[in-house]
Design a protein around this ligand. Structure first.
Ligand SMILES: [Zn+2]
Length: 87
């Protein structure tokens, strides 16, 4: 793994540092997800529960994004179909 010297975090930005490898993250939940995926054996019960919560939240956000993307594709399809029918 890489160490903190490989990352350049501006001094004015807040960051959440991984206690195991020192990698900085812009959001606390990203660090939680990173720790659960990369350092799973080092987590205690509270950390595991935090990881599961962040994972569930990320999963539902992804589902919403897929649904919106599908809706946008359907709308685009019908718009192009109407243009094709008229022109
Ligand atoms: Zn780490």
């Amino acid at each position: 793994m890489t160490d903190t010297d490989d990352y350049h975090v501006p001094a004015t930005e807040s960051m959440y540092e991984c206690p195991s490898c020192g990698r900085p993250f812009a959001r606390e939940e990203w660090r939680t997800l990173h720790r659960g995926l990369e350092h799973a054996s080092e987590l205690d019960d509270a950390d595991v529960e935090q990881f599961r919560e962040a994972y569930r939240s990320e999963d539902s956000e992804l589902r919403l994004f897929r649904l919106k993307a599908l809706a946008a594709l359907v709308v685009l399809y019908f718009v192009l179909l109407m243009i094709y029918a008229v022109v």
